[in-house]
Design a protein around this ligand. Structure first.
Ligand SMILES: Nc1ncnc2c1ncn2[C@@H]1O[C@H](COP(=O)(O)OP(=O)(O)O)[C@@H](O)[C@H]1O
Ligand SMILES: [Mg+2]
Length: 310
């Protein structure tokens, strides 16, 4: 749904973005992750036609992003900037109505559409509030509601949870999941890594303007061929199982967690994991559970950025 090819914006002195190839499939929640200054906002602004790339190209929903197609692009995308410019004098309803009018939605349809977006973002109670009276979390919801007024297929949200308290963050993530359920393709950025791990179906990690990894968290971590931490639960003597594990090639850090659980690190070939299980069973260990600990986004990110010397 969103594709970029060698997307480049060079601000000089190593700042900017360089040959970015993003691939955001239809219907996915794509987490665009990177430290402050990595190039997330620059990329997003180019995708929304607010900044011209130096080289490379992008398409959204099959439409090439360029000056000529800007109207078509704006129709497909809903863009929520990192700082939502809000007209403080207006009420929530006036604000949304103003945007609806800007998108040329006829007045009658506009009213029902505004009600829908207030419903989706859990903001119905704010309809008559003045914008200047809204908290940060409320503003962010209205900013998102505004982004939805013209019912775009693609949502591009720049740090939608930044600056929010924990409750508002959870609520924002629930709204994003709800929007995903409605079939929207969503690209959202964050510098807070674990923030996205629970909702993103695909992740792109950008470091100093370069996309260092792209895929599901699982794909990225297995590509890195990192050590895998495995949890083993047995229904027989835990000490015997631990002793056996200590003699397996590629196994280290064997730790007895409690009377039925062992944790260990495996650094051998991935395809050989099955033979560990077989070895245990052959030695009369009653295995109840054998599982790889889920790759943690924070860990993956740390490893990638460390390698890049960021
Ligand atoms: N208009 C600009 N002129 C010069 N440098 C810029 C401009 N916009 C952004 N930058 C620089 O480009 C880098 C990427 O910025 P940005 O895309 O805002 O990062 P992020 O959103 O990931 O925090 C930063 O080093 C920033 O200072
Ligand atoms: Mg930014």
């Amino acid at each position: 749904m969103i594709n970029t090819e060698n997307y480049t914006k060079d601000f000089g002195s190593g700042r900017g973005i360089f040959k970015l190839n993003l691939d955001v499939p239809r219907g996915c929640i794509y987490g665009f992750v990177g430290h402050n200054g990595a190039g997330k906002t620059t990329t997003i602004k180019m995708l929304c036609g607010l900044l011209k790339p130096d080289s490379g190209r992008a398409s959204i929903g099959g439409v090439e992003v360029n000056q000529r197609n800007i109207r078509a692009v704006k129709k497909i995308i809903g863009y929520m900037p990192d700082i939502t410019g809000i007209y403080d004098q207006m009420s929530v309803w006036e604000f949304l109505d103003f945007y609806g009018a800007a998108f040329k939605i006829p007045p009658k349809k506009r009213k029902s559409r505004i009600e829908e977006v207030l419903e989706i973002t859990g903001s119905r109670f704010m309809i008559d509030y003045q914008l200047s009276s809204l908290s940060r979390g409320m503003r962010q919801k209205i900013g998102l509601a505004k982004t939805l007024v013209h019912d775009p297929d693609v949502l591009i949200l720049d740090e939608p949870t930044s600056g929010l308290d924990p409750n508002a963050r959870i609520e924002m993530k629930q709204i994003i999941l709800r929007l995903s359920g409605l079939g929207k393709t969503i690209l959202l950025s964050s510098h807070i890594l674990p923030e996205l791990s629970t909702i993103a179906t695909k992740v792109g990690i950008v470091v100093k303007g370069k996309l260092l990894a792209q895929g599901t968290v699982k794909e990225i971590s297995s590509k890195l061929q990192e050590d895998i931490v495995i949890m083993l639960t047995v229904d027989s003597d835990v000490n015997q199982a631990a002793e056996l594990m200590r003699h397996v090639d590629g196994v280290s850090n064997v730790k007895i967690i409690d009377k039925s659980q062992i944790e260990f690190t495996y650094s051998g070939m991935r395809d050989m994991i099955g033979t560990i299980l077989l070895f245990l069973i052959e030695n009369k260990v009653r295995v109840k559970w054998f599982s790889e600990n889920e790759a943690d986004l924070e860990n993956v990110f740390m490893k990638i950025t460390n390698r890049a010397g960021a």
